[in-house]
Design a protein around this ligand. Structure first.
Ligand SMILES: [Mn+2]
Length: 346
């Protein structure tokens, strides 16, 4: 009985966003279907474009800033190898940012209620687009296009709320293409996410950094917090010249990592934070619980001391379905977003 209950629970958790009906298109002409899908995609991009434009106009009218963090939610969970809960993360993170249990200033004194510091263009409607039978090649293009629409509105810079880690590929691709060259990436994660493919899926959340490195979108890739890595992960790391900092040597690497200077000679720095880079004691609401990770203060020290022009960032893999009842990990993800906002906005 107990075993059966556990299986049912895990079935429900795995089901994630599968409540969506599969589009039944067997007898529908392909061109009719594609025209309909294109209209839905156009409508999705129009909403992002117009919201980004409005927020950009507002910030420019207020004046006096070079860079403003702009939240863009990408509620995508189906490229996870295990659970799909990260699809539900963006609204939970926003709720925690503004929940009022703490003040609205970052640790170093930036006021988040100032739209010149932090603005929001909403979510890419991932589930609505998938519900129309759009495949991942096109969905990834929609995500890249949405990121570019934000960057179109100077001084907005994308701060992306995941979603599973597969979203970092289309986001970094867009940032690099828009800026016209590679970036340096600081990637905090328990896992290197650099498999050539995982379970046959080239868009897997375990493969995003293979796609990024193949595409030439990054010059340096520093991976910090690593403690679940296979021989393939290490080989792929060598193949792409990745600087992998494993937790087992963190005490030795700490001073270096707390004094990073990145991005010179490239278009800027991208920061990707997988919430599971933190020890599960600090952030239990993740799909892949991996003991032995960074403390929240370790991450703050690395971020606060980083010298870099941060052009974009993401916070991924927060899984609300695994969080504590009081939403502790939502607060952790929200604080990561708040402090990344401080890092980006100038
Ligand atoms: Mn991870």
């Amino acid at each position: 009985m107990r075993r059966r209950v556990q299986r049912d629970m895990s079935t429900i958790a795995r089901r994630g966003v599968h409540y969506l009906q599969k589009l039944n298109a067997e007898n529908v002409p392909a061109d009719l279907l594609e025209r309909g899908q294109n209209r839905v995609i156009d409508a999705s991009l129009t909403l992002i474009r117009e919201r980004a434009k409005l927020k950009g106009e507002l910030v420019r009218a207020l004046g006096g800033v070079k860079a403003t963090s702009s939240l863009l939610g990408v509620p995508l969970g189906h490229n996870s190898s295990f659970l799909q809960g990260p699809a539900f993360a963006p609204p939970r993170i926003r709720e925690a940012i503004w929940c009022g249990s703490t003040n609205s200033e970052t640790e170093e004194g930036k006021e988040l209620k100032d739209p010149r510091v932090l603005t929001d263009v909403g979510d890419v409607p991932v589930q609505e687009i998938r519900d129309c039978g759009v495949d991942d090649d096109r969905l990834m293009n929609v995500i890249s296009e949405s990121v570019k629409l934000v960057m179109e509105e100077d001084p907005l810079r994308p701060l992306v709320l995941g979603g599973d880690h597969s979203i970092s590929f289309p986001v970094v691709r867009a940032v690099s293409e828009k800026l016209g060259g590679p970036v340096d990436i600081l990637h905090l994660d328990a896992h290197p996410d650099i498999y050539d493919a995982y379970e046959g899926n080239k868009y897997s959340h375990a493969s995003s950094f293979a796609r990024i490195m193949e595409g030439g979108y990054a010059r340096r890739l520093l991976q910090v917090g690593i403690r679940s890595i296979t021989s393939e992960g290490r080989e792929q790391g060598k193949r792409f010249g990745v600087e992998q900092f494993e937790m087992r040597t963190f005490l030795r690497d700490r001073e270096f990592l707390e004094n990073l200077k990145l991005g010179e000679g490239v278009k800027g720095v991208y920061i990707s934070i997988d919430v599971d880079s933190l020890d599960p004691a600090f952030a239990p609401g993740v799909s892949h619980i991996e003991p032995g990770g960074l403390s929240f203060r370790d991450v703050m020290n690395i971020l606060h001391n980083l010298q870099a022009d941060v052009v974009a960032a993401d916070v991924v893999e927060f899984n609300p379905q695994r969080d504590t009842v009081d939403g502790m990990t939502a607060m952790v993800a929200a604080k990561l977003v708040r402090e990344l906002t401080a890092k980006i906005s100038r």
